[in-house]
Design a protein around this ligand. Sequence first.
Ligand code: HSE
Length: 337
Amino acid sequence: MKRTEIGVALLGFGNVGSGTYKALEENFALIEKKVGAKVVIKKILVRNLNAPRRVEAPAELFTTDFEEILRDPKIDIVAELLGGINPATGYIRAALTAGKHVVTANKAALAVHLPDLNKAAAFHKCMLRYEASVCGAIPVIGCISRALTANRITAVKGIVNGTTNYILTRMAAEGASYEDVLKDAQALGFAEADPTGDVEGYDAANKLSVLMATAFGIYRAPDSFERVGITGVTMEDLAAAEAEGKVIKLLACAEEKDGGIEAYVKPVAVEKDSFLGRCGSEFNAVQIDCNMAGPIFLQGKGAGPEPTGSAVLGDIIEIAQAIAAGTEHEQPFTALI
Ligand code: HSE
């Protein structure tokens, strides 16, 4: 029977949840046309029903009861936008077990659990998609797993954290203090709930782990490779780089070397006038080296409610299209692990 409506639950209504809601509201008619059915938010899981919201939504959508979402047969897709490993990982697993497809933006959960979550999705014949977990709006996961799938990928490198790029850009350009710029990054919705994850490079390491799974089909835990954040970068370091025509960027890099994959996250001085050197503010940039396509360069907003919401919604739409076509139980995985 032709579906006229596809139901979605959002877990979380912070920066990413509200950005996703807003993107769906704004482009509702366009999305209905693309899917051939209405994509409707049925429930929004929050911790506190009375918390202030950055985007308005009808009060009846909000619930504090995850079980209510699991039991609701009208909910086809669960979008996990809570962040953090727990309870998010348990919710993703429970949703898959209940036969619901899952979209997640949660790089911390995926960096630890992608192999077993992929297995759970396969077992329950559900789709698991996670474009928004890496580089915000940039379609790097889809690019690697679909458009570049004919290639052996030999390297993935770039700027994958918006908060640190925003901080380093403003410190270098304006001489602004680290503390002030970090506050602005938080107010703009770029930073994690605990910004230590951003500035100490944990967030970038999580994203690199997800990228490696997608690009190389290998699982490398984020604590298994070098990780250095930006808290040790001083104004003197920035000035010394500037004197050499360079800028300091927090780079995440994974490349084939000596029969293995070498990976790191660390601050590196790059030429100002280069692909990565020109990528400023909360923008991210990724270079993907391929054995057939050659190098591919992607750049866009790597953080922020609407850019990240755009990536979440892209995955929701892909699943909704599969549901509308009746092929949702036959879709390939994104990562080969
Ligand atoms: N805190 C993250 C960043 C959000 O700044 O990149 C997007 O993943």
